[in-house]
Design a protein around this ligand. Structure first.
Ligand SMILES: [Zn+2]
Length: 404
């Protein structure tokens, strides 16, 4: 097996330089023209077939291996993904390469982009031996409105001519020990949905409620009913979180308003509970409103499904990373994270695994700034390991599949 770690050390400084450049040009959402241009430049000269997205500023690069495939063996394909977008956060790290444009790579996606460029360089150097194909998926919009789904719609999973056999991605964490990989089989991260409700009554004088239809107690009843729903109708073994974060109604204490408005964030840990809440929550809201003579405008959007790691692929990743870095640096997380991630759309279609990589600079003290904090700092010393892990996982999987 190729030792990608030795080869990654030789390009490590380039990856750090690229990451720091990207860090100074953070862009948000699905339109990342500067980032996309920089990625295209970084991939120049590599033996890749490159396409850019129509709907979003994605980059898809395909490496077609020229290694020998045993006769009759289907051509293996592995997809590696890195997201590229930043957040509307004003950076307070004080780093000399800190962003000054009002956005910040506060979730470390600059490392994901640079690490994926590194994996493309490492694997490109072995194109003549590689008995299969690799898709490099450079994705915008992970922090919203979502770049993975439009890339899938544009065919990223089938871009080599056949569906990818496996997919891997890495996310860095500013608050966890640098160099430690972690993941878990099955649910790794929650799915998330947005519930938006406008209760419509009929406003009037606060002294004469019987001449009006008051939406305020109805909205209050909905808030409580949502919590009752969670505890009474959702399995305790497949938990759901509903948080009403917005609740607005009225202008003065003696006026019954026409409407009341609430919004809730909903988190689920399985596909089944995602489907259940999508069906139940609008019905619950509508029924409560109807019981009191109100109507509702209700929408529920399941934004990202739960991120579900394939158990076999998880075992494969654990075995390979343990081989590379030792058991001390590969941790099985005891619980899922309640944050969400749109690599989930890829893992819904292709067996694979998503994993985390700690990137805290120096020893982890108490309450280190977490991802999305204005003070989140990421140690780019992990870039060589990030690129190595991605390249190794793709190469070893393709070699195994080719010889099956
Ligand atoms: Zn992120």
């Amino acid at each position: 097996m190729i030792d990608f770690g030795i080869e990654a050390a030789k390009i490590h400084q380039d990856l750090i330089d690229l990451r720091r450049e990207l860090h100074q040009i953070p862009e948000r959402g699905n339109e990342l023209p500067k980032t996309q241009a920089r990625v295209l430049q970084a991939l120049e000269g590599l033996p890749l077939e490159i396409t850019t997205g129509s709907a979003v500023t994605s980059v898809v690069a395909v490496l077609r291996g020229r290694g020998d495939l045993p006769a009759g063996s289907p051509r293996p394909t592995v997809l590696l993904r890195g997201d590229m977008d930043a957040l509307p956060v004003i950076e307070e790290t004080g780093l000399d390469f800190a962003s000054t444009n009002g956005f910040m790579h506060a979730c470390g996606h600059d490392l994901h982009t640079s690490g994926l460029v590194g994996a493309a360089r490492l694997l490109s150097a072995h194109v003549d031996e590689l008995p299969g194909d690799v898709i490099f998926m450079f994705q915008p919009g992970e922090e919203g409105p979502g770049g993975a789904a439009p890339m899938i719609a544009e065919g990223v999973l089938d871009v080599t001519g056949r569906r990818a056999d496996a997919a891997y991605g890495i996310h860095v964490f500013s608050s966890e020990e640098a160099g430690v990989f972690s993941l878990r089989p099955n649910t790794l991260m929650a799915g998330c949905g947005d519930l938006d409700v406008t209760v419509r009554g009929r406003g009037g004088h606060g002294s004469q409620p019987s001449n009006s239809v008051d939406p305020v107690p109805v909205a209050a009843e909905i808030v409580l009913a949502l919590q009752t729903y969670v505890t009474r109708r959702v399995s305790v073994f497949d938990p759901v979180v509903v948080t009403v974060g917005v609740l607005n109604a009225g202008t003065a204490l003696n006026i019954i308003p026409d409407t009341a408005h609430l919004q809730a964030s909903v988190r689920v840990l399985s596909k089944a509970s995602g489907e259940q809440v999508s069906k139940d929550l609008p019905a619950l809201v509508e029924t409560i409103a109807a019981a009191h003579g109100c109507t509702v405008d209700v929408s529920f959007d399941m934004l990202y499904p739960a991120t579900i790691n394939d158990p076999d692929e998880t075992a494969y990743v654990v075995k390979e990373l343990t081989g590379l870095y030792g058991a001390d640096r590969v941790v099985i997380r005891p619980e899922p994270l309640m944050g969400s991630e749109d690599f989930s759309f890829v893992l819904d279609e292709v067996p694979g695994a998503y994993m985390f990589l700690g990137a805290h600079p120096g020893p982890v003290g108490e309450n280190p700034p977490s991802n999305h904090s204005a003070r989140a700092a990421f140690d780019d010393a992990v870039l060589a390991d990030e690129a190595t892990a991605l390249a190794h996982l793709a190469y070893a999987k393709i070699t195994t599949l080719a010889n099956q």
